[in-house]
Design a binder for this molecule. Structure first.
Ligand code: GDP
Ligand code: ZN
Length: 298
């Protein structure tokens, strides 16, 4: 029979098989070959009432912090206000998705708040132009939840976003929990360890015929860790249809004659603010690289 790992505990795996939750162990040779993660699709056998994981199917993607795999889509959550959307963080959320073959769905929460702000309007316009879906929701007032539930079907989904944007509130609404009810592992860990490293705990909830991950890890957003500066450009959707003079053009130090991205920015085909954020991130990664090199030589 086939199942999906929804939680990893010391020495055992919690697996969902056709809406039944069971506890399973893993065959020694399987464990030796690879690390099993939340999200893994597995083949099981049953011997004397014990479920045994016999095989792990190939992973679509795999993240280290938090340890989870096979994510299909990510609700990249920002809030309209309180706090105002952080565009650098939103870009990082999307980079994480693009890098790992995850479909980002941008959700602007707290749209019940009436005060307008620039970033809110900017996101709706610029990011949908690039080709990302932008949903306007309110976890508190229940606005747009039907759209989110629709998206959950047959997919493994996760949420990312800074602390305070409303991830737990949205999670509670989707799972139909009362305000006082704790969401188990992730949320609880988040509350206990507020501010500390809480990237280890993750659990999948079966809901609306799909799975939703509770992962406080994605709120800390050290998302661009491990990204090679020369790869950064590949994670910008709007760059993909342009060809520059040099194949390894990074669209930063090259001249406008050589770089079709710079040209497109000048001609307003590419949003200049997002390009500037790209440039800044590239330069930050470059500095990190140089520091690493320096430290090595010492
Ligand atoms: P998290 O840190 O991302 O999990 O955010 P929380 O779910 O803890 O929410 C942070 C704060 O925002 C809480 O005070 C919530 O009541 C509030 N909040 C969450 N969703 C909404 C919303 O849709 N509208 C408004 N006005 N407040 C919200
Ligand atoms: Zn270029």
């Amino acid at each position: 029979m086939e199942g999906i790992i929804i939680e990893v505990k010391p020495e055992k795996y919690i697996v969902e098989i056709n809406e039944n939750v069971v506890s399973a162990v893993v065959r020694g040779n399987v464990k030796k070959k690879e690390k099993l993660l939340v999200g893994d699709k597995v083949l099981l056998s049953k011997e004397n009432d014990v479920y045994i994981i016999e095989k792990v199917f190939a992973k679509k993607n795999s993240l280290i912090r938090p340890p989870i795999c096979n994510i299909d889509q990510m609700f990249c959550i920002v809030s309209k206000n309180h706090p105002q959307p952080d565009l650098n963080v939103l870009d990082k959320q999307i980079i994480l998705c693009e890098k790992n073959n995850i479909t980002p769905i941008i959700c602007i929460n707290k749209t019940d708040l009436e005060e307008e702000n620039e970033n809110y309007k900017y996101i709706k316009e610029v990011y949908s132009n690039i080709g990302y879906e932008v949903l306007e929701i309110s976890a508190e007032k229940g606005i747009g939840l039907d759209k989110i539930k629709e998206k959950l079907k047959n997919k493994i989904s996760a949420m990312s976003g800074l602390s305070g944007v409303g991830k737990s509130s949205l999670m509670r609404k989707i799972l139909n929990l009362q305000d006082e009810e704790e969401i188990e592992v992730g949320d609880l860990m988040k509350k206990i360890n507020r501010g500390k490293h809480t990237t280890k705990y993750v659990k999948l909830y079966y809901v609306e015929n799909g799975y939703l991950a509770d992962t406080p890890g994605f709120s800390s957003l050290e998302l661009v860790d491990g990204i090679e500066k020369n790869d950064l450009k590949h994670y910008y959707n709007e760059f993909s249809s342009y060809t520059c003079k040099y194949q390894d053009c990074n669209h930063v130090t090259e001249s406008i004659e050589e770089c079709s991205i710079k040209k497109a920015v000048e001609e307003k085909e590419i949003d200049s603010k997002r390009y500037e954020r790209y440039k800044k991130m590239y330069q930050t990664l470059e500095i990190k690289d140089k520091m690493k090199y320096k430290n090595k030589r010492r």
